[in-house]
Design a protein around this ligand. Structure first.
Ligand code: FES
Length: 156
């Protein structure tokens, strides 16, 4: 990890980047923002770790836990809830074998997230699979998507 952090540090210095761009680079390289990376930069730049964490927890784009290669986001806002998002979510958890309270599979291939209203209520229920928005989602369509992703994963 040290090598990667050093590379990010050099880019950061050359481009006079700010903490946000630094965190984006860390996440871009490592998939999330590990505590060790924050500690490393905190020491290197003489900036308190709390400033990094303050920013990382403020912006939804940053993740402090490892995420899966595939991210499936289920909207659980009111309109989506009424149209059965809970059922979709439960189906996902079952299909991916996620242990209670976990959002990422052990093999780090899938992360399941819940969000509140993505602003597309007219096509509820909405599920976002790897940044692609799927409206009027059904349990069957969702399982098909997941199975395709699993197949793709096993080919890689
Ligand atoms: S509640 Fe799901 S898009 Fe608005």
């Amino acid at each position: 990890m040290e090598k990667i952090l050093d590379k990010i540090y050099k880019n950061h210095k050359d481009n006079e980047g700010n903490i946000i761009s630094l965190l984006q680079d860390i996440q871009g390289e490592l998939g999330y923002i590990p505590e060790d990376a924050v500690a490393w930069f905190s020491k290197k730049l003489d900036i308190p770790a709390s400033r990094f964490f303050g920013i990382a927890t403020f912006y939804a784009q940053f993740h402090l836990q490892p995420r899966g290669k595939n991210v499936v986001t289920t909207c659980c806002g009111t309109a989506c809830h009424v149209k059965g998002s809970e059922k979709l979510l439960n189906g996902l958890v079952r299909e991916l074998g996620l242990p209670e309270g976990e959002s990422t599979t052990e093999d780090r291939r899938f992360t399941v997230e819940k969000v509140n209203c993505v602003g597309a209520c007219s096509i509820a229920p909405v599920v976002i699979v790897n940044n692609k928005v799927h409206g009027k989602m059904t349990a069957d369509k969702l399982m098909k998507e997941i199975k395709q992703l699993k197949e793709k994963e096993s080919e890689d």
